[in-house]
Design a protein around this ligand. Structure first.
Ligand SMILES: N[C@@H](CCC(=O)N[C@@H](CS)C(=O)NCC(=O)O)C(=O)O
Length: 214
């Protein structure tokens, strides 16, 4: 069975869980608690020397980096989530990278300075919070909303890895107190995806997971 190392709060872990579930892969979440140093143990560092989550073990094969993992799982399953046609695949890669490096990176700044800093007892960085919010709300979410006004899914009429990747980051919007109703197409797309089995097999909604953590 596919082993996924991480925890339920991490959006990078959740994107891997979404993809594994979508592909119908039997998988087990091996829970890691960063507060207890679970990612710095000798045993875990043999799986991921960087000491971060997620990582997977699939048979004898170990892999880390969430983007590499989702691509590996979909390619291995020869799934349409990651088309073989080189141009279609490149467009999926484009939207995966946009989702991670722009939308995700902006939302992480807001999420850290709204939720995580309290858990870690860290200082709130108001500049980073404002910058992340500005990038998310004024630069990157409008682009996603426009794309979804013209297409049912990020890369056209078919769901792809890019949707499952982005959904994991969009889950931060609610705890970040960003009003998604201003982005009607993202809301519709997100509600549609969140009603599907791959999602409900992970959680009913992300806010419940955060509440459980508190
Ligand atoms: N580029 C990596 C980033 C992994 C990452 O930053 N994971 C976070 C959780 S979302 C983590 O392990 N943080 C704990 C730490 O850095 O000690 C990926 O996409 O997998």
């Amino acid at each position: 069975m596919l082993k996924i190392y991480g925890n339920k709060i991490s959006f990078k872990v959740n994107k891997v869980r979404f993809v594994a579930n979508y592909l119908g892969l039997e998988n087990e979440l091996i829970m890691l608690n960063p507060m207890q140093g679970d990612m710095k143990t000798e045993e875990y560092l043999k799986i991921n020397p960087v000491g971060k989550m997620p990582a997977i073990i699939d048979g004898d094969f170990k892999l880390s980096e969430s983007g590499a993992i989702i691509r590996y799982l979909a390619a291995k399953a020869k799934s349409d989530l990651y088309p073989e046609d080189i141009e279609k695949r490149a467009v999926v890669d484009q939207w995966i990278d946009f989702g991670t490096q722009h939308v995700g990176a902006a939302l992480i700044k807001v999420f850290f300075n709204t939720v995580i800093y309290k858990v870690l007892g860290a200082d709130k960085d108001e500049k980073s919070l404002a910058e992340g919010r500005d990038w998310a709300v004024n630069r990157f979410l409008p682009i996603v909303d426009q794309q979804l006004a013209e297409n049912e899914f990020l890369c056209g009429s078919k769901i792809s890895l890019a949707d499952l990747n982005l959904l994991a980051y969009i889950e931060m919007v609610e705890p970040c107190q960003i009003d998604l109703s201003a982005f009607a197409n993202i809301s519709k797309w997100s509600n549609h995806l969140r009603s599907q089995d791959f999602y409900t097999q992970c959680h009913k909604n992300y806010s419940d997971v955060l509440m459980a953590m508190k």
